[in-house]
Design a protein. Structure first.
Length: 155
């Protein structure tokens, strides 16, 4: 089996198991044991085989994945971390829709403003804080020469 096909098959197994953990069919301990005993060794074996591939792109991708290998399994070692990027995609959705609707920004200053205002607004939303109140307070502080309010609050 080709390296990419093998890795896709292993990811299919992983994502077949994950919903069973979420719905309570299997325990998280069972999931972690399966991932660490079966899936991870097969993934590592495929990636190492990829380093010997005749295809430069395959070798490069496998080298890059092996360099980040420990991070790939964070979901297995850290409770509460899912093996999907669904949360990150949901967080970024607003920015993606904004960019699509207004075609982005054409100046460097505009790009800096957009990246900062979107970061601030999403950070505040995730903390359950009102965006407009924070922006009002930040502008008032700036006009008075005072430090702006803290963006991050202790949990």
């Amino acid at each position: 089996m080709r390296i990419g096909e093998n890795l896709l098959a292993l990811s299919a197994v992983l994502f077949e198991y994950w919903p069973k953990v979420r719905d309570g069919t299997h325990s998280r301990q069972w999931f972690v044991a399966e991932v660490l005993a079966v899936i991870r060794p097969d993934v590592l074996s495929s990636l190492r085989r990829g380093l010997r591939s005749r295809c430069a792109a395959t070798r490069g991708t496998c080298r890059e994945l092996l360099a980040w290998e420990s991070s790939l399994w964070t979901f297995a070692f850290v409770e509460g971390v899912e093996p999907t990027n669904n949360h990150a995609e949901r967080v970024l959705r607003g920015a993606v829709l904004w960019r699509k609707g207004c075609f982005g920004s054409s100046s460097e200053g505009g790009c800096r403003f957009v990246e900062r205002i979107l970061t601030v607004s999403q950070t505040l939303r995730l903390q359950g804080r009102p965006v407009l109140v924070y922006l009002y307070e930040a502008l008032c502080a700036h006009r008075k020469g005072l430090p702006i309010p803290k963006l991050l609050q202790a949990a």
